[in-house]
Write a protein that binds this ligand. Structure first.
Ligand SMILES: Cc1cc2nc3c(=O)[nH]c(=O)nc-3n(C[C@H](O)[C@H](O)[C@H](O)COP(=O)(O)OP(=O)(O)OC[C@H]3O[C@@H](n4cnc5c(N)ncnc54)[C@H](O)[C@@H]3O)c2cc1C
Length: 450
């Protein structure tokens, strides 16, 4: 059987190793960090994530969905927190069907589950503390340094490892070393990255003294404040992980908020109901890093039958649709299907995988940026809640015919690009129908008055 060298055992790396292992391929998975099961934080990314239908489907194919969902907390809708102190938050369900929900899961637990699923196959080997520095695209060799993440490895003891396979797959995230090798070495490699003007910082709402949750547990909490926002997702231990998405620069921004007084004043003004629940706010704000939010588009995601990119390595998106990991998991399903369809022609399998996924990854990138505007600004408005009610009404009246965009993206496996196109058409029909109804109503009124 051919041998795959996988770089990166984040969320998609572990899952892909399990898929390839199941097909009987020989797999060596290299990860620059230490083993997450040794208590090392997965680090650099969010503590918890929203898992939805696409991701669950990918886990189901390997029989590990139940194992993952056991640790998940269902989030049945958005809980919108107004800026005015004393005003109660407003809940908007995600779907007309109350059973449809997204799931808050811990990144570290999920990472461990997928790695362990891969290790159940004797033909999969996982090597931690190995950082890929370069890839020979023609020979399918990855060059790796045993990483200094293992504190015991001194610079002198660092080894250079040459990992040779029939193919190397970059599952090494938004700043992929495998992708960088493709950028450097391929003449025709399109690459585009764009950063939002906003960064993010994670903060904590600890459990209540009795170990319970201090806010509604089964909701994704949003504090929309037009140009910025904070969100909070529940954790199984009773805490919430809050993420503040805020401008890096500007009169009120991360850059200008330096002292404890600045931080306290900003939070008191903007998130008055959250502040009493955040006893470690000042420490969290100072100690936790401010992350950046990048969209990466590139093409192609493969080189001959030698190299391919999966997950964020090929298409990092901003997190506002809660789909980056779900899309990365969907990549694994599609790549697995393509390898099964063309077992003797890996280049064809890679090409087919790329052609199925690229358009959808691009569509998701656009949807994710657009949803930032919706979450931080529109969710606070009556018009938004009215549109959601109308969406749910039409979904109930026209089952299977009318599907709101959020439902298609989150609760179905309709390809992202198809969902975006379909929602556009639906919206045009709905708005045109509303205009006609209003016109008729106006004519009737005029008739009655005259
Ligand atoms: C704040 C935030 C919130 C998010 N929330 C959600 C959400 O709710 N739902 C959702 O679906 N998605 C969410 N995402 C997106 C999600 O985190 C990513 O899409 C997902 O992690 C992609 O998985 P991946 O395996 O491709 O990359 P990663 O999970 O980033 O894994 C890459 C792995 O490669 C390793 N690596 C990197 N470079 C090297 C190297 N040179 N050599 C060896 N190993 C290397 C890394 O250590 C890491 O383990 C969020 C992202 C952010 C930033």
């Amino acid at each position: 059987m051919p041998k795959f060298v996988l770089i990166g055992s984040g969320l998609a790396g572990g899952l892909l190793a399990a898929y390839l292992g199941r097909r009987g391929y020989d797999v060596d998975l290299y990860e620059r960090r230490a083993d997450p099961r040794e208590g090392n934080i997965v680090g650099g990314r969010s503590i918890n994530l929203a898992l939805s239908t696409r991701g669950i489907h990918a886990l189901e194919q390997l029989g590990i969905a139940d194992e993952v969902l056991r640790h998940a907390i269902p989030m049945r809708g958005r809980m919108i927190h107004p800026a005015t102190a004393g005003q109660a938050p407003i809940f908007t369900p995600y779907d007309v069907d109350p059973n449809k929900h997204i799931n808050s899961i811990g990144r570290a637990a999920l990472n461990t589950t997928v790695i362990e699923a891969a290790q159940r196959y004797p033909n999969v080997r996982v090597h931690f503390n190995h950082r890929c520095t370069d890839v020979d695209l023609i020979e399918a060799v990855a060059y790796l340094e045993t990483s200094s993440a293992a504190a015991t490895v001194s610079a002198a003891n660092q080894q250079l490892v040459h990992a040779r396979g029939d193919a190397v797959i970059g599952v090494d995230g938004a700043f992929s070393a495998v992708r960088q090798s493709m950028q450097k070495k391929l003449e025709k490699f399109d690459y585009d990255e764009s950063y939002l003007a906003h960064g993010y910082k994670e903060l904590t709402i600890p459990p209540a003294p009795d170990g319970g949750w201090q806010m509604e547990k089964e909701a994704l909490h949003i504090w929309p404040r037009k140009s910025f926002m904070m969100i909070a997702l529940p954790n199984p231990d009773g805490s919430f992980t809050c993420t503040l998405f805020w401008e890096f620069e500007g009169p009120r921004s991360f850059a200008t908020t330096k002292t404890d007084d600045d931080v306290r004043r900003f939070f008191d003004e903007e998130f008055p109901d959250a502040v009493p629940l955040m006893p470690t706010l000042l420490e969290d704000f100072k100690q936790n890093p401010t992350g950046s939010l990048v969209t990466v588009r590139c093409a192609p995601w493969y080189y001959k039958d030698k190299v391919a990119l999966v997950g964020d390595a090929g298409h990092a998106v901003v997190p506002f649709y809660g789909q980056g990991m779900n899309a990365a998991f969907e990549d694994c399903v599609v790549l697995d299907e393509c390898l099964a369809e063309f077992p003797d022609n890996r280049e064809r399998a890679f090409a087919e995988y790329f052609s199925q996924r690229k358009e959808n990854a691009d569509a998701l990138a656009n949807l994710a940026v657009e949803n930032f505007i919706e979450m931080r600004d529109k969710t606070a408005s009556r018009a938004f809640r009215a549109k959601k009610k109308l969406d749910h009404l039409l979904e109930g009246l026209l089952p299977g015919i009318y599907l709101p965009l959020y439902t298609m993206v989150t609760f179905t496996r309709i390809p992202y690009a198809t969902a975006a196109r379909r929602a556009h058409v639906q919206d045009r029909i709905v708005y045109a129908s509303l205009a006609v109804v209003m016109l008729i109503a106006a004519l009737v009124m005029i008739r009655l008055i005259v």
